[in-house]
Design a protein around this ligand. Structure first.
Ligand SMILES: *Cc1c(COP(=O)(O)O)cnc(C)c1O
Length: 356
C-alpha cells in the first residue's frame, strides 16, 4: 500500500476543545464545517459528543450528515439558510441558524414551521462580509423578537484581525458590538480561535473554536495559550527512493532546485494531489525519522523531494512527517504562503486513520 496517510489523534481533539473551554468557562460550539477542516466531521463530532455543548457548520448539508450519524447536540448553521425551502428542515432537525440578511428575515416571516427557530442575529462589526450594520441591528432585533417563528434570539459577530493583536481592529469591533447591542437581552458569541486564545475580554457566552480544535495555531508568532494545543493530524509518508547527485544537478519539474553540493535526495510519496501545498518553497521543513530537513525542488502530483545529505542514518523506508507533532501545520503553511486552514481543507486522496 502507498504509505501516505493522515493519522488523526482524537484524544488531541478532545484536549483542544477542553482547552478552549478552560480559558473562559463559556459554552463553545465546536466548529466542524468543511468536514471538520479535513479531519472527518462525523468522527470528530462523535468524539466530542460527550463534551461539546454544540456544533457549528457552514450549511444544512453538513448538519444533516451529522444528524444522520446520530449527533444530537444543537448544530448552528454559520450562514443560516440559503433558500427558503430549507426552513422546515431546520425546524424538524433542531438546527440553529445565523440570520445575516434582510432576505432571510422576510423568508422566516413567511415560513410555516413545525416549531420556532433559535436565531443568531449577525452584526457586521467591521469585517464587512455578512451581517446587519450597527445602525440597523437593534431594529432588526425588535422585528425578529416579535415573530412567532423565533424561539430565541442571540447575538453573533466575527473578528477580522483577532490574530493580529497590535492592529487595534479587534478593540474597534468590540466597541462597535457593545454599542450596537446595548440593551438587547440574550447570549452573545464573538470569538473564533484567535479571539479565544488572545482576547479574554471578548469571550462572552459562546465561543466558536475552529482551527484550534485541530491543534494548529492561528498566530504567526509564539503565543502562550496556543502553545498548549496538540496537533490532531499527522500527515505521514515514507521515503520511496534515494539518489546521490553531484553538485550542479537540477531536481524535479522546472529545475527549480539545483544541488549546491553533492546531495543525497530522498523521494517522498506525497504530492499536491494529496493536499500538500504545491507552492511550498525550497527549505520548507519536513521531518524524516523525526529530524528536520527541507523540501528541495517543486512538489509534484504524487511525490516530493527532500534533502537527506545531513541525515546519513535515513534512507529508503524512513518515516516522513509533513506536518503534525514537532512540525506545526502553521509553520509549513507559512512556507507556502498559505494558512493551516487551507492545508487541512485541501487534504485529498490520503486515507485517514483514527487513533484514540
Ligand atoms: C469558521 C468560523 C469560525 C471558526 O474560526 P477559526 O478561526 O477556525 O477558529 C468561527 N466563526 C465563524 C462565523 C466561522 O465561519
Amino acid at each position: 500500500m502507498r504509505p501516505a496517510h493522515a493519522l488523526i489523534d482524537l484524544s488531541a481533539l478532545r484536549h483542544n476543545y477542553q482547552l478552549a473551554k478552560s480559558l473562559s468557562g463559556c459554552r463553545a460550539f465546536a466548529v466542524i464545517k468543511a468536514n471538520a477542516y479535513g479531519h472527518g466531521a462525523v468522527r470528530c463530532a462523535e468524539t466530542l459528543q460527550g463534551s461539546a455543548d454544540a456544533f457549528a457548520v457552514a450549511c444544512i448539508e453538513e448538519a444533516l450528515e451529522l444528524r444522520a450519524a446520530g449527533i444530537r447536540q444543537p448544530i448552528l448553521l454559520l450562514e443560516g439558510w440559503f433558500e427558503a425551502d430549507e426552513l422546515p428542515l431546520l425546524a424538524e432537525h433542531d438546527l440553529w441558524a445565523v440570520l445575516h440578511h434582510e432576505e432571510q428575515l422576510l423568508q422566516l416571516q413567511d415560513a410555516n414551521l413545525s416549531r420556532p427557530l433559535h436565531i443568531w442575529l449577525k452584526l457586521d462589526s467591521g469585517m464587512h462580509r455578512v451581517g446587519f450594520s450597527p445602525a440597523e441591528y437593534a431594529s432588526v432585533w425588535q422585528r425578529l423578537a416579535a415573530l412567532p417563528q423565533v424561539a430565541s434570539l442571540s447575538k453573533i459577530t466575527h473578528f477580522s484581525r483577532a490574530d493580529e493583536p497590535e492592529t487595534g481592529r479587534t478593540e474597534q469591533q468590540l466597541a462597535t458590538f457593545a454599542a450596537a447591542t446595548a440593551g438587547l437581552e440574550g447570549p452573545a458569541s464573538l470569538c473564533n480561535s484567535p479571539g479565544i486564545l488572545a482576547w479574554p475580554q471578548a469571550h462572552h457566552d459562546w465561543l466558536r473554536p475552529g482551527i484550534m480544535l485541530y491543534g494548529a495555531t492561528p498566530f504567526e508568532f509564539e503565543q502562550d495559550n496556543a502553545s498548549k494545543l496538540r496537533p490532531v493530524m499527522q500527515l505521514i509518508s515514507r521515503i520511496i527512493a534515494v539518489r546521490e547527485l553531484p553538485a550542479g544537478e537540477p531536481i524535479g519539474y522546472g529545475s527549480r532546485f539545483i544541488t549546491p553540493r553533492p546531495t543525497r535526495v530522498g523521494v517522498v510519496a506525497m504530492g499536491y494531489a494529496d493536499g500538500y501545498p504545491r507552492h511550498a518553497k525550497d527549505g520548507t521543513p519536513v521531518l524524516v525519522d523525526g529530524q528536520r530537513t527541507g523540501l528541495i525542488g517543486r512538489v509534484s502530483m504524487d511525490m516530493l523531494t527532500v534533502d537527506l545529505t545531513d541525515l546519513p542514518g535515513s534512507g529508503l523506508g524512513s518515516a516522513v512527517t509533513l506536518w503534525g507533532n514537532g512540525l506545526n501545520a502553521s509553520e509549513v503553511a507559512s512556507w507556502a504562503d498559505s494558512i493551516p486552514y487551507q492545508l487541512f481543507c485541501n487534504l485529498n486522496r490520503v486515507p485517514r486513520h483514527y487513533r484514540d
